[in-house]
Ligand binder design. Sequence first.
Ligand code: PMV
Length: 337
Amino acid sequence: MTVCSAPGKVYLFGEHAVVYGEPAVPAAIERRATVTAEPRSDDHVRVEATDLSLDGFTVEYSGGTGARPDVDVPTPLVEAAMGYVDAAVRQARAAADSPNAGFDITIESDIPLGAGLGSSAAVVVAGIDAATRALGEPIDRRELADRAYRAEFEVQDGQASRADTFCSTMGGAVRIEGDDCNPIDAPNLPFVIGFDGGAGDTGELVAGVRELKSTYRFADDTVTAIGDIVQTGERLLAEAVPEADANRELLVELGELMDFNHGLLAALGVSARSLDAMVWTAREAGAYGAKLTGAGGGGCIVALDPTGEVEVALSYTQGCEDAFHASLATEGVRVEE
Ligand code: PMV
């Protein structure tokens, strides 16, 4: 039995603009998906999933030799989760050159599903790592990140960026520009996440920005402006020193950039009332900065909170279903047992 876990992520800067070749900086957070893989003597795949959303649920299906599971599932989100698991199994089989390998797989996750925190990427990354290791054929991190990306690409019909899977594999903060992905240095960042209980439709939101961009010059300029913010943010992160207390001014500036980034995303039409409400609550409670994370439309915000006050303030905010601390996950995918 092999157990691997991989973290979720927030976008510190750069979502949406990254689609048009601007750089983006996602950062891994200490909320993990944990996948257990046990090879079977037949070619079946059996998946047990619990806690894939904050509400929690349990799903089991048996059988399957590579086709997308055709089973009754309680919600579209669970169905999507099963698709990711199956794609991960296929990548693991290909990596280990074992096309008929069967597995018993258990998934646990404390990352809200489909809310901009990279839940599916974490499941895919941990799943491929656990399954290849269980077969005695571990792969290196670059290959793992690449295979996880391909699994997401397949499930999302070609609408995937490398950001989530690369960040979940490597941990820490990473820089994405097109297909070019690299880890970057970052200090410990005191993140607080606010979750409105919903999820935006990434495809629709990306299409909306594309339309806006082709219609209005301001939208084009906004995308470029987000790219500028990302580059400034990267320079700040590179100046950080290991002692957390010495980074106060830098965190203040990073927070300011997050505020700018949120404003620009709102101008592109991808925020929502619930996200704006949480962003303002976080700022008023003392956060250095706050922004939506991911595609937007609903889902999560991320705040930089040195005070410890923001989580409670968010939990009293109308439209906020859950709020939690999530420090930077310096470790990406790892073996748990
Ligand atoms: O919601 P997420 O975490 O899948 O992020 C979407 C990020 C976008 O930039 C909007 C789309 C993309 O593929 O990069």
